[in-house]
Design a protein around this ligand. Structure first.
Ligand code: C2E
Ligand code: MG
Ligand code: MG
Ligand code: MG
Length: 294
């Protein structure tokens, strides 16, 4: 064997590749159980109206607290869910859970009446699941209007099958949902999709926001995306805002909304509810309001 040859390069490679595969396999089995046992949770990250400095809504982000491994990032388990097909039940769970949470807030917090919650949807859910049926069922079960829900899709999800995306988006719009293109600027979408598809919001990828005060190129890209969205009648959300300077500049550039650690980190439903209750959602809050939670 390679190992017995002494240098071990191949053997080490083989054994580590094997353990990676085993690890993935275990993680997939664990994820399947976690979905069945309802061990996943949704965290909620606020996004704010930059002009008014008020809370505009939340993005729902999946969280997996593994019994032995601790918190696993969605960046690690979403790809496994996509490779294994588990993204279909996971995606349904996210839509249902977000709708039930919205219904609960709407029942108990007057400030939640106009709240919009964004749920991330993978491209595979468009192809492999009846997402429109899943949304319809979740709205019916929770009793919330479609206007309280936004779906977030990346460019790549759309590029894979633009005609399918168009059909599905059109039906989601009939249910009154809004549609956001996530991580905009990082994929390979043709600008013509922006015109052909009923997209309401462009989310400016956090890589451009992170660089916008340091790199002239990033700054120009951010400026251009805001102008593009405005010209096409879409709204903008800047992702990954971590500094006051970024928020100030984005506001001056006419970016509508912002999301990021500067305003608030993703939080448990209870924390999000506190934000709703404290009245920070009130439009009378002073313009350009700062951090809404620490
Ligand atoms: P995303 O949809 O672009 O979500 C934004 C990510 O940026 C979140 O990471 C959020 O915690 C992070 N973030 C927010 N503000 C800041 C900031 O100021 N600085 C930095 N460095 N990061 C910030 P998270 O929660 O780890 O999620 C990663 C990705 O996993 C999401 O990116 C989304 O693509 C995917 N994801 C999460 N939940 C779901 C889900 O339920 N379904 C699907 N299909 N994908 C999901
Ligand atoms: Mg998102
Ligand atoms: Mg994003
Ligand atoms: Mg992102």
């Amino acid at each position: 064997t390679a190992k017995s040859r002494g240098r071990g390069g191949i053997a080490i490679y083989q054994s580590s590749a094997h353990s990676v595969a085993r690890d993935m396999f275990r993680m997939e089995a664990d994820l399947r159980k976690a979905i069945e046992r309802q061990e996943l949770e949704l965290a909620f990250q606020p996004y704010v109206n930059l002009e008014q400095g008020t809370l505009a809504g939340f993005e729902a982000l999946a969280r997996w607290n593994h019994p032995e491994r601790g918190m696993i990032s969605p960046a690690d388990f979403i790809p496994i869910a996509e490779d294994s097909g588990l993204i279909v039940p996971l995606g349904r769970w996210a839509i249902e859970t977000a709708c039930m949470q919205i219904a609960d807030w709407r029942k108990r917090c007057p400030n939640a009446a106009d709240l919009i919650v964004g749920v991330n949807v993978s491209g595979l859910q468009l192809a492999q699941d009846d997402i429109v049926g899943a949304v319809e069922a979740a709205l019916a079960n929770s009793g919330i209007p479609g206007s309280a829900l936004k779906v977030e899709l990346t460019e790549s999800a759309i590029v894979e099958n633009p005609e399918l995306a168009r059909q599905i988006f059109t039906k989601l719009k009939q249910l009154d949902l809004s549609i956001a293109m996530d991580d905009f600027g990082t994929g390979y979408s043709s600008l013509s999709y922006l015109q052909q598809l009923p997209i309401d919001v462009l989310k400016i990828d956090q890589s451009f926001v992170a660089g916008m005060l340091k790199s002239d190129d990033s700054y120009k890209i951010v400026t251009t995306i805001i102008a593009l969205a405005r010209n096409l009648g879409m709204r903008t959300v800047a992702e990954g805002v971590e500094e006051e300077g970024q928020a100030d500049r984005l506001r001056a550039l006419g970016c509508d909304m912002a999301q990021g650690f500067y305003f608030a980190r993703p939080m448990a439903a209870r924390g999000a509810e506190k934000l709703l209750e404290t009245g920070l959602y009130s439009p009378s809050r002073k313009r350009g309001g700062k951090q809404i939670i620490d």
